[in-house]
Design a protein around this ligand. Structure first.
Ligand code: PMP
Length: 457
């Protein structure tokens, strides 16, 4: 009976999605338990998943164990993990130093509803690493951090509008969400979206409005840096925001503690007025923060004036702000970032990966490149171009081509079939070994050959 039930769903999926490639068929063959789970999960969650980026056709994979550079799905397949907890895990899974800190903390309490030594240690580590730090407020996530940053800059400046850049991701609250269903137009009217890398347009916009509170940017570019920002644009943004008295926010949720120990601001030596942090900040547990100029962060500070507190002050609660478990994990992770060559190792593995992937592309005569800064590597397929393999800026047409979703989807499935969770985006951690990288390069070669055989590339 159960088999019949599964078969019906199988037919339904094949019918619905019109699956044709042998890559998809292999994925289905190899992941029967994942498929069975999906039959249940799709009745519980939209698309059967709990995060937009875990959507995968014909069905998502389910993982029940991880350690170091690897995770295992419920079909028992061992996977070299380049999704890295959506970017949070530069130390890989279950780093013993982090695990011990969390487990010790579990024994002595997970929530005191009180201030802690831990939060002081955590903030001090951020202060040591992040140049724009003057004061900090912890939040529960990166989304909360950018939301709080917006509220602070608006309260501080008395201005309403915020400039963001096309395809730059800053979380899912109303001001920045990718899907705009359910968001009042009045909210969207407070945001201005411009193309990145065009300083003339930014200047015109600043000239024509005196109601702009801030500019927010993913400092390495859209989609975690896969559509890169020109470093000169960052420099120009710093100059122009100084000139016009507009606050510059770097969203370092991904880049913080990754692009360098001190994030993109350290890497480029361009210091924003504020930055938002999350992911690595929490050492694999939920966390976020907004840090920067005291006078702006202090918009949260209570004053003696009840009128000020009511009409000007920024309010901020949040049950899990700086909670002891996240603080313990975050302190452990940042201590390792600060005192061991975590970033250097991840960067070295990334260079090995980029170089190997670029060799494969040349060997197979496939146009494209593997590029990216530090421990973020992006495989950009289908466009013939020259680049320095770091900041690879393409035209809009070329960018649209390398973002071809069918090709990336097939690449994701094909790499997964071979035990690599990456597709075209590799978030590299410091516990990957040289042989893991070699295995990944070999798998990529095989995947590209298979994809070409399917006529997709
Ligand atoms: N900003 C950036 C640059 C991000 O990449 C993300 C998450 N991927 C966020 C903000 C939102 O962070 P969170 O998922 O913790 O809410």
């Amino acid at each position: 009976m159960f088999k019949l039930f599964c078969y019906c769903f199988y037919i339904e999926i094949f019918g619905e999605l019109n699956l044709v490639t042998s890559i998809e068929k292999t994925y289905i063959e190899k992941h029967k338990k994942c498929q069975e789970n999906y039959f249940v999960s799709k009745g519980l969650f939209p698309n059967g998943v709990t995060h937009d980026s875990r959507n995968l056709e014909p069905f998502p994979y389910f993982v029940n164990r991880a350690s170091g550079a690897y995770k295992w799905d419920i079909d028992g397949q061992k996977i070299i993990d380049y999704r890295g907890g959506h970017g949070a895990l530069i130390l890989g899974h279950c780093h013993p130093f982090v695990t011990k800190a969390v487990s010790d903390q579990l024994d002595i309490g997970t929530h005191y509803a009180a201030s802690t030594d831990l939060e002081i240690r955590w903030a001090s580590l951020v202060k040591e690493l992040i140049p724009c730090f003057e004061k900090i407020r912890f939040t529960g996530s990166g989304t909360e951090a950018t939301l709080m940053a917006f509220r602070m800059v608006r309260a501080y400046s008395g201005k309403t509008k915020i400039i963001k850049f096309k395809n730059h991701f800053h979380g899912w609250h109303d001001y920045v969400s990718k899907g705009i269903g359910g968001i009042p137009e009045e909210v969207m009217d407070t945001m201005i979206t411009l193309p990145q890398n065009d300083i003339g347009l930014v200047e015109d916009t600043l000239k024509n409005s005196n109601d702009i509170a801030a500019i927010i940017i993913e400092p390495t570019g859209a989609h975690m840096g896969s559509d890169p920002v020109n470093p000169n644009f960052l420099k120009q943004l710093r100059e122009i925001t100084n000139q016009y008295g507009v606050i510059l926010i770097f969203d370092e949720v991904v880049t913080g503690f990754r692009i360098s120990k001190g994030g993109a601001q350290s890497y480029y030596g361009i210091i924003p007025d504020m930055c938002t942090l999350a992911k690595i900040l929490g050492g694999g547990l939920p966390a976020g923060a907004v840090t920067g100029k005291s006078e702006i962060i202090d918009m949260i500070q209570l004053s003696d004036s009840s009128v000020y507190n009511r009409v000007k002050r920024v309010g901020h609660n949040g049950t899990f702000n700086a909670n002891p478990l996240s603080a313990a994990a975050g302190c452990a992770a940042l201590e390792l970032v600060s005192s061991t060559p975590v970033n250097e190792i991840a960067d070295k593995r990334s260079r090995q990966l980029k170089s190997g992937l670029n060799d494969v592309l040349s060997k197979l005569e496939i146009p494209g490149c593997a590029s990216g800064i530090a421990s973020a590597v992006f495989l950009r397929l289908g466009v013939e171009h020259e680049c320095d393999k770091e900041v690879c800026i393409l035209s809009e047409n070329e960018q649209n081509k390398v973002e071809d979703s069918f090709l990336s989807h097939q690449m994701w499935l094909e790499m997964y079939n071979q035990g690599i969770d990456a597709g075209t985006r590799f978030i590299v951690n410091s516990v990957l070994s040289e042989s893991d990288i070699n295995e990944t390069i070999e798998a990529s070669e095989k995947a590209l050959i298979n994809i070409r055989q399917e006529g997709i590339l």
